[in-house]
Design a binder for this molecule. Structure first.
Ligand code: SAM
Length: 292
């Protein structure tokens, strides 16, 4: 029986054997605590019939735990230096496919079709590179991949914004963008001490469960997201001021914006952070005819 990768001693041995030096620019903070890894995998509720897609396997700490508990693992790693290391550390597992690609550029659907054919339950599970957390999450959600959800480690501050409810200071366009596609929960707070090197920020694990239907049906999704971003452009401004200054020709169309707010039942003096996702849906539909 070999030792788990995610222990301080084995990780150090692997890094020394290959003379590996961390690249901060790639968000390389590796997990060295098997207990934390197992709890992350627990939150994904995967079974031996499931597949896991991992972003950034590093030296394979999480990949190994996923390989033990699922049918198939597909992992995207951008750093070529890690490929020979992964080949070595993951050699005991025949159900892992490492793909040398930037996840942001990869055709993930194509890889799912090729590598995970016939598997019905697919979860993304990852200790994400913090410099690109949001683009990665948005890509995976916007592409409407056939996944049940995402369990991901990220900066606690971003986790707080993702799972924020209306009326809180963390609530903003990111909360709405993610909650449009998923039920978002923060499921774990993780201390810095379980990483090497230790990150500068606190970490948390979120679970995003894909919704069957979006919480609001809108005429035009892109416009809905444009309206939400505009509404939070300056948090201290009222919704009316943000929309007039941010929407195209907003100043000239102030009267139309006022009547759309009234039609949606939203007072002009409210701030974006108080609006629910349903209210943003009503508002963007009411604004839509005047901006298209
Ligand atoms: N999963 C490992 C662990 O938990 O120990 C490593 C996690 S580390 C926080 C992030 C990993 O993502 C690194 O291996 C890094 O090289 C990789 N990475 C960074 N940017 C990436 C990208 N755009 N696409 C794929 N992998 C990326």
């Amino acid at each position: 029986m070999h030792k788990d990768i995610a222990t301080p001693v084995r990780t150090r041995q692997i890094l020394d054997k290959y003379g590996f030096s961390f690249k901060k620019s790639l968000g390389q903070n590796f997990l060295i605590d098997t207990n934390i890894l197992n709890r992350i995998v627990d939150h994904a509720n995967i079974t031996e019939a499931s597949a896991a897609i991992e972003v950034g396997p590093g030296i394979g700490a999480l990949t190994e735990q996923l390989a033990k508990r699922s049918k198939q693992v597909m992992a995207f790693e951008i750093d070529q230096r890690l490929l020979p290391i992964l080949e070595d550390t993951l050699s005991p597992y025949d159900n892992v496919k490492v793909i040398h690609q930037d996840i942001l550029k990869a055709d993930v659907q194509k890889y799912i079709d090729e590598e995970l054919a016939g598997i019905e339950d697919i979860m993304v599970v990852a200790n994400l590179p913090y410099y690109v957390t949001t683009p990665i999450l948005m890509k995976l959600l916007e592409e409407r991949l056939p996944i049940r959800g995402i369990v991901g480690m990220l900066q606690k501050e971003v986790a707080d914004r993702i799972s924020a409810r209306p009326g809180t200071k963390e609530y903003g366009s990111l909360s709405i963008a993610i909650q449009y596609y998923t039920k978002a929960e923060t499921v774990m707070i993780v201390p810095k001490t379980v990483f090497i090197p230790q990150p500068n920020v606190d970490s948390a694990v979120i679970r995003l469960t894909i919704l069957d239907e979006p919480p609001v049906k809108v005429i035009d999704e892109d416009f809905f997201f444009q309206v939400t971003r505009a509404s939070f452009a300056q948090r201290r401004k009222t919704i009316l001021n943000n929309l007039t200054s941010q929407l195209p020709d907003g100043k000239q169309k102030k009267a139309e914006i006022q009547s759309a707010l009234s039609e949606a039942g939203i007072e002009e003096s409210r701030r974006g952070e108080t609006l629910s996702i349903e209210e943003f849906g009503r508002l963007s539909d009411a604004l839509y005819p005047n901006f298209h």
